[in-house]
Design a protein around this ligand. Structure first.
Ligand code: HEM
Length: 447
């Protein structure tokens, strides 16, 4: 009596028509789901992909069937990026993942660590203000993406890697951003090996140069991380565990003291890559969308700045973390932007570990699952004022950090960095578009 999954469009027609559906996978899924409904079966080559695009079905997957769907598929690009699945984000569900999660819980995200890193976040906020002030004084344009990247990456690299990239002699921020973007683009590539029958896809990826492009992008990032590791080794005092990298190096050097989990240098590199991709990109993207939406809605921008300035007082010299979470309207703006522009619009891919049933549909074992939070956001235009809906993973209409076992472990840190950056940007500066540009000129399509 089980219902069969409703098929989406098949094969060649979709390949021929993809370009008019959008530049990104999520905009393609969005448009298809408008036509085919909240549960949709697609065929990526020989692999069934099931897309869920409603809050009800997202809850079924992420809550009711969390345990049966919380592993990750072994996609080629993800494996290359994560040194054969040695990070947290792309690792299959099991003991290694649990150990890695415990490790970051202790060495990066614990309340004690977060407290000890507070000065780093605040200093990076000061630096952001200093940089923008310089441009303001000389009336030079600001590239907000670069400024946001520098702030977010600067903060996360310092607290996770113990490396200050603003004062670093082996790479500058601009080049770092290029490397991260290149890695990000490549980790999202769907290799043909993943979806074509054995051998055929493998060959196609080699002939097309796809495989070697991915490898090159990731090895550039690895070279950079090797520099960071060398610096940490030079500084020594690894046993202090003053950042995630030094803690992991200590565990690699003294395995008998930490015998429960055999950490290798591959875990370390994979972990560093994961932090860059998950933490730095999501934060930067969110900051850019928030300011973009504020520029497009000048009334909201004015009201927000007035509230921030009234709440914090008019003569502050610097923003500190005591100022966070005081401005309720900022929280609303963040939630609304998360709804419209979730930085990870399809979450990370999941895979069913057994047959399951959702809304009467039979989903087979080993199916690839995507949760389309982008469409869920577009389809639930409930406003958040006067509601208790939040982004922490209990409300399935708003899932910027995912939900369930594989949800984002960096949520609190990510929100702290985001709010600190926004308060600095909005308290000290007024913003407008470059000369001659109007709101209509802003390209809102997502990559
Ligand atoms: C605004 C900031 C951030 C947003 C919006 C965000 C969003 C997300 C999302 C959507 C996922 C996938 C969840 C899923 O598939 O269900 C994720 C996973 C993850 N995030 Fe974040 N993230 C942010 C900041 C951070 C930071 C600062 C870090 C670390 C420094 C981080 C580390 C991770 C890791 C390690 C995972 C993989 C979890 C797993 O698979 O078990 N994130 N994040």
């Amino acid at each position: 009596s089980k219902r069969k999954l409703p098929p989406g469009p098949r094969g060649l027609p979709i390949i021929g028509n993809l370009h008019h559906l959008g530049r990104s996978l999520h905009s393609v899924f969005h448009k298809l789901s408008l036509e085919h409904g909240p549960v949709m079966l697609l065929h990526f080559g020989v692999v069934p992909v099931v897309v869920f695009s409603s809050k009800e079905t997202a809850k079924e997957v992420l809550k009711t069937h969390d345990l049966e769907t919380c592993t990750r598929p072994k996609l080629v690009a993800n494996g290359l990026f994560s040194r054969n699945f040695k990070d947290i984000g792309f690792t299959q569900y099991g003991e290694d993942w649990q150990e890695m999660k415990k490790l970051v819980g202790l060495e990066l995200f614990s309340p004690k660590k977060q407290k000890s890193f507070r000065y780093i976040r605040e200093e990076e906020g000061d630096l952001l203000v200093k940089k923008i002030s310089k441009s303001a004084q000389t009336q030079t344009l600001i590239d907000l993406r670069k400024a946001s990247f520098s702030f977010t990456a600067g903060t996360i690299f310092r607290l996770a890697f113990g490396q200050n990239f603003h004062e670093c002699d082996f790479i500058d921020m601009g080049r770092l951003e290029e490397l991260v973007l290149e890695a990000e683009t490549n980790v999202c590539i769907l290799a043909l090996t993943d979806f074509l029958p054995t051998g055929l896809g493998w060959l196609a990826d080699r002939i097309s140069g796809r495989h070697s492009r991915m490898n090159k992008a990731f090895s550039k990032l690895t070279n950079l991380f090797q520099h960071v590791i060398d610096e940490q080794l030079k500084i020594g005092q690894l046993q202090d565990h003053s950042n995630l990298v030094s803690a992991m190096l200590d565990m690699i050097n003294r395995p008998s003291k930490f015998s429960s989990f055999n950490i290798t240098s591959n875990h370390l590199i994979a972990m560093m890559s994961g932090v860059v991709l998950a933490g730095v990109n999501a934060g930067t993207i969110t900051m850019v969308w928030i300011v973009t939406e504020l520029i497009r809605h000048p009334r909201v921008m004015k009201k927000l700045q007035a509230e921030i300035r009234a709440t914090l007082g008019s003569n502050k010299e610097r923003i500190t973390e005591e100022d966070l979470q005081k401005v309720e309207y900022l929280n609303l703006v963040i939630k609304e932007t998360f709804r419209l522009h979730p930085p990870s619009p399809l979450l990370l891919p999941r895979e069913t570990m057994s047959d399951i049933e959702i809304e009467g549909y039979h989903i087979p074992k080993n199916a690839l699952i995507r949760i389309n939070t982008y469409t869920i956001g577009q389809f639930n235009p409930e406003r958040f004022s006067n509601t208790s809906i939040n982004y922490k993973g209990q409300d399935y209409e708003l899932l910027p950090f995912g939900a369930g076992r594989r949800s984002c472990p960096g949520m609190n840190l990510g929100i702290t960095i985001l709010e600190l950056g926004l308060l600095n940007i909005l308290y000290f500066f007024d913003w407008s578009l470059p000369n001659g540009m109007t709101i209509e000129d802003i390209d809102m399509e997502e990559n």
